[in-house]
Structures are given as structure tokens and as C-alpha cells.
Unconditional design. Structure first.
Length: 239
């Protein structure tokens, strides 16, 4: 057999294509940080490799994991509250957080507050200074993400409709910020592509605010549901 004759190699930590996370994180911390927290911790471990320090931007993490920046910030706090990471928030445009992966201790040996709602615990112990730093980083990332959505919309209108659309930076910017709290940049880009290629853009015009309206989003979701049903039809029981 061809498979039997192939050389089987065991993964090696010295190989840069691999990275490890402590087993205790999966076995004991997952119930407290949830699968999203585990995915975020995995991402930091991948970026840190054997150095123990990572510095990806929240925007990059959101895109890689398919989450919103707000969700990344939330689970950063949860990971910090559980003693898994330490975040050094650096000031300055273009600077990202430094995330240190901490030595893991057995959760049963830690005498701390119950971490049923870790975000709530963190909010109670955070100082005003840390809040200001967190808000500064969050605002910078959100501004960057808003501009990315603007640029994508304009480029797609040019490509699909053949003209450079007018943008209401104030109104549309606020709506983008609101949508980013729930949807990832990739999802918003998919929504924009769907809208511009749908009959609704001909009917309502190439308006970003209309594209991001609740009505259009619901139509987009409905179309995705229909397409999914066509790919994977539900089994109908025959009487």
C-alpha cells in the first residue's frame, strides 16, 4: 500500500510549523473561558511560538477568528481574569498590545473570586488608568476597521457599478461601528458584495447606510439560509 510505505514523522516542537498549548488550558480552563476564549488563546500561542510573547492587532485577530473586535476585547479580559495572559497596552498610533502567555497554575489551587462572569470581575477590579488605555486601543482599532469597510464599499461599487459613490462619513461611520459590534469585517464585506449584486441595490441605490440597514441584513441572512438549504436539503419523512 502506498500509505503504508510512506514515512511517518512525529511532530517536533523544534519545527516552526507546530505550536503547543498547555494541556491544562484545554482540560480545566475551557469551561471558564469558553471555546471562543480557547480559540483566542490558541491564536496567541501560535503568534508567540516559543517566545511566550505575541503582539497581533485586535483587527488581525478578529479577521483570523471571524469575530468582532468587541468580542476580542471581551475575551482578552476573560483570559486576563483567569491568569492565562498579561496584556501590556502600548500607546501610540499603529502600536499593538504586547500579550505575554503566563505560567499556568491548577485552577483548583487558585484562591480567587469565582470566575462565573469573568468580564464582570475584571470590570470591578480595573483601575481608571487601565480603562483609559483599553479605550484608547479600542478606538484606534475601530477607526481602522471603519475605514476598511468604507474603502471596501467604494472599491466594490467602482468594480460592480462603475462609479465612485458618495459617502456620508458621519452617518455611515456610526452605522459601521454599530454593525462591527456584532459582525466581523469579513461578514460585512460579504454583505456588501451580496447587496451590490442583488436587485435591491438597483431599487434602493448604492448607499452604504441602506446596505447596512436591518432590513437589508435580514434579506441577506434569508438568502444565505435558502442557499444553505439548497446545498443541504432537510430530509422529509415519507408517510
Amino acid at each position: 500500500m502506498e500509505i503504508e510505505n510512506q514515512k511517518i514523522e512525529v511532530r517536533d516542537i523544534r519545527d516552526s510549523n507546530w505550536y503547543w498549548i498547555p494541556r491544562i488550558v484545554f482540560e480545566e480552563y475551557t469551561p471558564k473561558i469558553s471555546v471562543i476564549g480557547l480559540a483566542l488563546y490558541n491564536a496567541y500561542s501560535s503568534y508567540a511560538r516559543d517566545k511566550g510573547v505575541a503582539f497581533p492587532s485586535q483587527k488581525t485577530l478578529a479577521e483570523k477568528l471571524g469575530l468582532s473586535i468587541k468580542t476580542i476585547i471581551k475575551y482578552n479580559r476573560i483570559l486576563e481574569a483567569n491568569g492565562l495572559i498579561k496584556i501590556e497596552r502600548r500607546k501610540g498610533k499603529g502600536k499593538t498590545n504586547l500579550v505575554t502567555l503566563l505560567k499556568i497554575v491548577n485552577v483548583n489551587q487558585v484562591q480567587t473570586h469565582p470566575v462565573i462572569d469573568s468580564v464582570k470581575v475584571v470590570k470591578e477590579v480595573q483601575t481608571k488608568e487601565n480603562n483609559m488605555k483599553e479605550n484608547t486601543i479600542e478606538v484606534d482599532d475601530i477607526k481602522s476597521s471603519i475605514k476598511e469597510v468604507f474603502d471596501y464599499f467604494r472599491s466594490r461599487v467602482k468594480a460592480v457599478k462603475g462609479f465612485d459613490p458618495e459617502i456620508d462619513w458621519g452617518k455611515d461611520g456610526k452605522l459601521i461601528k454599530k454593525r462591527l459590534e456584532r459582525y466581523s469585517i469579513k461578514e460585512i464585506e460579504n454583505l456588501i458584495d451580496w447587496y451590490l449584486n442583488s436587485p435591491y441595490s438597483d431599487k434602493f441605490g448604492c448607499s452604504l447606510s441602506i446596505c447596512l440597514s436591518a432590513n437589508i441584513i435580514n434579506l441577506w441572512k434569508a438568502s444565505r439560509s435558502i442557499n444553505l438549504e439548497r446545498l443541504y436539503p432537510s430530509w422529509q419523512r415519507q408517510d
